[in-house]
Write a protein that binds this ligand. Structure first.
Ligand SMILES: Nc1nc2c(ncn2[C@@H]2O[C@H](COP(=O)(O)OP(=O)(O)OP(=O)(O)O)[C@@H](O)[C@H]2O)c(=O)[nH]1
Ligand SMILES: Nc1nc2c(ncn2[C@@H]2O[C@H](COP(=O)(O)OP(=O)(O)OP(=O)(O)O)[C@@H](O)[C@H]2O)c(=O)[nH]1
Ligand SMILES: [Mg+2]
Ligand SMILES: [Mg+2]
Lengths: 295, 275
């Protein structure tokens, strides 16, 4: 693991000493490999290493620590800092001044939006709120069925398209009739889409423009690779994202993509999907994520 | 991307970065660039084009594992992989393709777990106009697969496509369930040729290596399907997988519609990777 690899780099130095330009280069190489292996974006990795170099150069190494340990500490702390939003409330859902509060879910195909929508509904219900689910995916076969099944499982009403309604129509009707359906928060599940699909990006941009959801979350698969930043930037350009959801974190993917996305866009990570079950949603902990990325 | 009498270190590093950015992974990228450097040094032509050497190196890796593919009659294909990769959609596309080739296709709903899994595959069977067998939702997948294969073969199906539930490779109980499905498929169709394809989302990063290793270890993979290559992800990981596990890519998923499946062409793939 990275700790061992960095310790090896410094094995010829002992206790008291300074971290120098020479010995730092080797360490940075090891950190670079670890980050790339963890799917951190190439550009994000470069910027991160530059930050580390500045922080590490000239650092005194106390007698009680090895230079390797000091380096690990610098890397770990920097990663945690970049994963922690400046605004302490950034990692929480926001509620609208007047109900219904809207949560719009967006993302590439298969990332876990529908499952996350239901998990969020279950979470909010447990929190004493009155959630409703809106099935706005009219593309994928049996998508509406999937959300309806999950809604039934957790006891949350599901708005399904009627009479040839399109995605925007069912969302609009759900907003208009939310309170009479005893819902004060609505989660809009949308079709997976490519960020380069003009028509589909226009569709979701229109939903955002017309209904102005308080929460707009990009759902990101933990195993996503180098393509993550490009995708997230495109979504963020069309939809003002307010949060990220990391899914399938119960796998063994290191999750570097979500770090790249949050550090490039500034959008905070708000939830983590940790199973296929309806209770499989957790809050996001920067320190846990940092350890995971570093392996 | 042109070299010279001395191959520019900068040019090579830039190329290596392109490969990493395409999800090839740092180790594979390093190995390929090393090969490019060697072959470029031997290049005595007036102007060395690094890009040509690069394409040649990558193509070499892919072509060395690209055995020809033909599904025997009868033949079974199991689609396996992690959640959301595109297995069900790929199963539907394959059904349409084989039906179009005049095969007698059967779709088996091996995912009995996920909400509306059977409904999704039913829709695909209707689109492809092929026979479809499912069990009760929540039934043991191996039982459904056993019945489907036995019944399918008895009724003359010569192309049996088995969709399975998404599963993370680090979930030992789910991998055990998959091993059981494969064993049961062998029992239901003794001696019948079985393909086991890992369906891989082109957006997947280095975790694809773990996925392929684990699924291969559990059930013995015979091929890969790379989906969602119509997006901006490059799927370079298949080059690393060719080197490490010798797995050929059989098809590419290039969209969400029934016809959006193309046989893998290493040459075209390399052109897209290094334009
Ligand atoms: N293990 C695990 N599986 C998950 C998680 N979130 C979603 N899944 C699974 O991932 C697969 C895809 O989930 P969906 O909710 O259908 O994904 P989606 O984004 O709605 O897909 P599209 O609508 O087709 O774009 C399903 O098998 C889910 O059960 C998670 O946190 N952990
Ligand atoms: N753009 C694009 N989307 C695809 C492709 N293949 C599948 N999809 C989409 O990806 C999403 C997930 O596909 P599924 O077939 O449900 O994936 P799965 O592996 O069966 O998912 P689980 O059974 O939940 O594990 C759906 O929205 C599909 O339409 C492809 O080649 N290109
Ligand atoms: Mg969905
Ligand atoms: Mg499926």
């Amino acid at each position: 693991n990275l700790t061992d690899r960095i310790q090896k780099v410094f094995k010829n130095l002992r206790g008291q000493g300074k971290i120098t330009e020479a010995n730092i280069e080797e360490t940075l190489k090891e950190v670079r490999l670890a980050l790339l292996e963890a799917d951190v974006n190439v550009e994000t990795t470069k910027l991160f290493l530059e930050k580390i170099k500045v922080k590490a150069l000239g650092k005194e190494v106390a007698l009680s620590l090895s230079p390797g340990q000091v380096m690990i500490k610098i890397v770990h702390e920097e990663l945690i800092q970049l994963l922690t939003p400046k605004d302490k409330t950034a990692n929480k859902l926001k509620f609208a001044p007047a109900p219904p509060t809207l949560i719009l879910l967006a993302g590439l195909q298969g990332t876990g939006k529908t499952t996350t929508a239901a998990k969020l509904a279950a979470w909010l219900k447990k929190d004493g709120r009155k959630p409703g689910l809106v099935a706005a995916d009219l593309v994928r076969p049996a998508a509406i069925e999937q959300l309806a099944t999950l809604g039934k499982e957790i006891g949350v009403p599901v708005f399904r398209p009627e009479n040839g309604e399109k995605a925007l129509d069912v969302c609009t009707r759900a907003v208009k009739t939310a309170l009479q359906n005893d819902c004060n928060i609505l989660i809009l599940d949308t079709a997976g889409r490519l960020q380069i699909d003009e028509e589909m990006m226009n569709e979701i941009a229109e939903i955002q423009k017309k209904l102005k959801p308080t929460n707009i979350m990009l759902v990101v698969d933990a195993m996503t690779g180098q393509n993550a930043v490009q995708v997230a930037q495109a979504f963020h350009a069309r939809l003002p994202l307010t949060g990220l959801v990391l899914t399938k974190a119960d796998g063994d993917a290191r999750g570097g993509a979500i770090f790249s996305i949050t550090s490039v866009t500034g959008v905070p990570i708000q939830f983590v999907g940790v199973s296929e079950k309806m209770d499989g949603l957790e809050a996001f902990y920067p320190d846990r994520m940092a350890s995971r990325i570093l392996g | 991307l042109k070299g010279g009498p001395a191959i520019s270190r900068q040019a090579l590093e830039a190329l290596e970065e392109t490969l990493v950015r395409a999800d090839m992974g740092a180790p594979t990228a390093r190995a390929i660039i090393h090969e490019v450097e060697e072959s470029a040094k031997k290049d005595t032509t007036h102007k060395v084009h690094l890009a040509n050497h690069l394409r040649k190196a990558i193509l070499g890796k892919l072509e060395s594992v690209q055995t020809p593919f033909a599904l025997p009659k009868p033949g079974i294909i199991l689609l396996v992989g992690v959640n959301g990769a595109g297995k069900t959609t790929t199963t539907g596309k394959l059904a349409a393709r084989f039906a179009g080739e005049g095969r007698k296709v059967l779709l088996a709903a091996g995912d009995t777990f996920r909400a509306a899994a059977e409904e999704q595959l039913t829709e695909w069977a209707q689109r492809a106009k092929v026979e479809f067998i499912r069990g009760a939702h929540g039934a043991a997948p191996s039982a459904v697969v056993f019945d489907a294969l036995q019944s399918g073969l008895a009724h003359g199906a010569d192309c049996l496509l088995v969709d399975t539930a998404g599963r993370l490779h680090n979930r030992s109980n789910l991998m055990e369930e998959l091993r059981k499905i494969v064993r049961v498929a062998e029992k239901a169709a003794p001696g019948v040729h079985q393909e086991k394809w890992l369906v891989l989302d082109a957006n997947t990063g280095q975790n694809a290596m773990n996925q392929a290793r684990e699924f291969n270890k559990e059930v013995g993979l015979t091929g890969l399907v790379l989906t969602k290559i119509d997006g901006t992800a490059k799927g370079g990981i298949v080059v690393a997988l060719a080197g490490e596990l010798g797995l050929p890519v059989r098809f590419l998923g290039v969209g969400e519609q029934m016809d959006d499946l193309v046989p893998f062409d290493p040459g075209l793939f390399v052109e897209a990777l290094v334009p």
